[in-house]
Design a protein around this ligand. Structure first.
Ligand SMILES: Nc1ncnc2c1ncn2[C@@H]1O[C@H](COP(=O)(O)OP(=O)(O)OP(=O)(O)O)[C@@H](O)[C@H]1O
Ligand SMILES: [Mg+2]
Length: 666
């Protein structure tokens, strides 16, 4: 036994002899595919994408109309030179080594602001890739417009995650902006769908105020701007209370300058006014009371005071449509209050929908529904929404749901009226809540944060501010998609919402049908999905992307299309947010679905369904018109024969009758 332990110790020692640390740059050197450097064409597009998005961000922040030059030259059998030049604010020379030589360094980290870049990896990734494939430095020419132009060559010290300036010349002259030149191998260039040409074409659709010139080995293309107004700069935003996590609030409490928890909530979160903080006291009181009575014999009375919804009666009427297990689930949820409050609300919503469906559907349809009753409420809602409900009906249910739970004030009043809680007890609770909010943020504990975060989710707050986010706008998307000369076009910019962590986002969609819309397939037009995040086109990882899945989740056949795939349709989806939940550092796919960030998924789906309904109306109208046209054609074809018959009966002129029939149809 002892010997065995000693042997283990020896083994551990040798194991830890090998224990090393390595830098983030070293990590990405070994995993360059994670940054988008995999496949020759994709690698080329990634280089262009990283540098162009940086130029766009820099121009946007400095409120400059972007003018960007992209040049791709073939300089050897396998080697290409890529040059990107912008008219942005320029990079102060002392920052150049950090921008291009250091991973996880940038001006956009830890800020809640809508920008194309967010990780501080892109620029250094380009240098890393050039260094790994050709061993060459990047050449940077930059000036902030001071009359001094800096020409620098930079390499990366991978182990140290630092930039090395290997040459630095300063010359006099006027220039404002940044020019990056690099040499790369393991890349290729062509005009296929996933190449830089298509990338820039799409970016010009989503950034109509930019002028982009592409000089490639074939020719020079200019993507002119269609809008000359500089969009307002996106604003830095505060986190919204919805979806805020305990850990995040605790993190905020350690950084804030506020002296009390109450003032911290007001100054560090968006939409939390001092009035809402006073309301928050009532909510905390509600939760404390519920918690206090959880194990008491009066528990059922307490829940009855809290919910206006009589589950027992409900189960009596509709019970036979539901699953036994599910009824048990709800009972368990009630017993698990208050943590389960929001979950309980989801269940209530489901029951409201069930009630509506039971009244509306026939036995046959109900049978089909029964299977779905047994599934999770979210799945059921999705099913019901897809097949039987529209968005406005769901909104109505949600509103109704609010009236089911009593306001905390009414709840406390109901308890006092029943003599369940004395004034002294209430005072004691109220004081402890006031004391909690008076604490200094640094004294805030995990459980304090948990209490506050829980009630914040239950309170009403205005939607996150719209000032910070900058959508492309319905009109501008329309202008862009009109270039496809479609027969039907609908665009929609939705109001901002939040997803996990109170992160604001908004969805914009466009749906073009007919004309040049859709991808050219072998013998028919296929559905084309153009994905964008913060106005940047996403060309890769299509199938793993939540935006694609949201588009595919719509039952397009229900909206008049013959098939989900074979249709002359171009779908434009732009997700804007202060933090886009990418699936990887390569930033090509969005992590959303029914499990993850489902708010985004649902919002994309909803917006598309709104557009699809209008498309449906359009297609039906066109079909009807066509049918009428066909009927008219028949009648006209036989008008001569009718006229002959009628003429012999009535004795009137055949020509007159025929022209009357034709006129009638016009
Ligand atoms: N063309 C440019 N003009 C001005 N500043 C720039 C330019 N390119 C990069 N920068 C600065 O360098 C920083 C680092 O750029 P980098 O691409 O590495 O990261 P990012 O854009 O912040 O995030 P991401 O990794 O998501 O692209 C930027 O945050 C910006 O401050
Ligand atoms: Mg970047």
């Amino acid at each position: 036994m002892v010997e065995e332990n000693i042997e283990n110790l020896v083994a551990e020692k040798s194991l830890f002899d090998e224990f090393k640390e390595h830098s983030i740059s070293e990590f990405f050197r070994k995993n360059k595919h994670m940054l988008g450097y995999s496949g020759r064409l994709r690698s080329m597009t990634t280089i262009v994408h990283e540098l162009v998005t940086n130029s766009m961000d820099a121009c946007e922040e400095s409120e400059i109309l972007p003018e960007i030059l992209v040049e791709v030259k073939k300089v050897g059998s396998e080697t290409f030179t890529v040059i990107i030049e912008d008219n942005g604010p320029g990079i102060p020379p002392e920052y150049v080594s950090k921008v291009f030589g250091k991973m996880l360094a940038g001006s956009k980290l830890h800020r809640l602001v809508q920008s194309r870049g967010q990780q501080g990896i892109g620029a250094a990734g380009v240098l890393l890739f050039s260094q790994m494939t050709t061993g060459r430095p990047l050449k940077i020419t930059t000036s902030t417009g001071t009359g001094k132009i800096h020409e620098m060559e930079i390499k990366m010290s991978i182990e140290k995650n630092e930039g090395d300036i290997v040459a630095h010349k300063i010359r006099e002259g006027y220039f404002r902006g940044t020019r990056v030149e690099g040499e790369f191998k393991e890349v290729t260039y062509n005009r296929r769908e996933q190449g830089p040409y298509e990338y820039l074409r799409r970016i010009s659709l989503s950034t109509p105020h930019a002028k982009i010139t592409l000089i490639d080995p074939e020719e020079t293309t200019i993507f002119e701007r269609t809008v000359t107004v500089i969009p307002e700069r996106p604003e830095v935003m505060k986190p919204h209370p919805y979806g805020l996590t305990t850990d995040e609030l605790l993190h905020i409490s350690r950084k804030t300058d506020s002296s009390r928890i109450s003032s911290m909530l007001n100054s560090e979160l968006s939409r939390v006014t001092m009035k809402r903080i006073r309301d928050l006291e009532d909510y905390v009181l509600r939760d404390k009371l519920l918690e206090n009575y959880r194990k008491s014999v009066f528990w059922d009375t307490i829940v009855g005071c809290y919910l206006n919804f009589n589950f027992t009666k409900y189960f009596e009427i509709y019970g036979h449509y539901l699953d036994k297990k599910e009824i048990e689930d709800v009972k368990m949820l009630i017993n698990g209050l208050p943590e389960g409050l929001s979950e309980l609300k989801t269940y209530c919503l489901k029951y409201l929908v069930v009630e509506y469906l039971i009244q509306k559907l026939d036995d046959e349809q109900l049978k089909e529904n029964k299977n779905h009753f047994k599934k999770k409420p979210e799945n059921f809602m999705e099913f019901a929404e897809k097949n039987y409900l529209n968005a406005s009906l769901l909104e109505e249910f949600r509103r109704k749901l609010k009236t089911i739970t009593k306001s905390p004030e009414d709840f406390v009043k109901a308890l006092t009226d029943l003599g369940m809680v004395s004034e002294e007890e209430l005072e004691k609770y109220r004081k402890s809540i006031k004391d909690l909010l008076k604490k200094t943020p640094r004294e805030m504990t995990w459980s304090d944060s948990e209490i506050i975060v829980n009630v914040l989710q239950d309170m009403d707050f205005m939607a996150p501010s719209t000032i910070g986010l900058r959508p492309i706008g319905e009109e501008n998307i329309e202008k862009s998609l009109e270039t496809l000369t479609p027969e039907f076009l609908k665009t929609l910019t939705r109001k901002p919402k939040t997803y996990k962590g109170g992160i604001p986002f908004a969805v914009e969609v466009g749906l073009a049908y007919g004309g040049n819309a859709g991808r050219s397939g072998e013998d028919s037009k296929k559905m084309e999905i153009m994905r964008f995040s913060n106005h940047v086109p996403l060309l890769f990882d299509t199938s793993g992307c939540g935006l694609t899945n949201a588009v595919k989740s719509v039952n397009w056949k229900r909206y008049g299309l013959r098939s989900d795939e074979d249709a002359p349709v171009t779908i434009f989806v732009n997700l804007i947010s202060t933090h886009i939940p990418y699936t990887s550092a390569g930033k090509q796919a969005i992590a959303t679905g029914s499990e993850e960030n489902e708010e985004i998924f649902n919002e994309v789906r909803q917006s598309l369904m709104i557009c699809a309904r209008e498309l449906d109306t359009h297609i039906s109208r066109v079909r009807r018109e066509k049918e009428e046209e066909q009927k008219k054609k028949y009648v006209i074809k036989y008008a001569y024969i009718f006229a002959e018959g009628l003429s012999s009966i009535t004795g009137r002129s055949k020509e007159e009758i025929e022209s009357n029939i034709i006129n009638l149809l016009r």
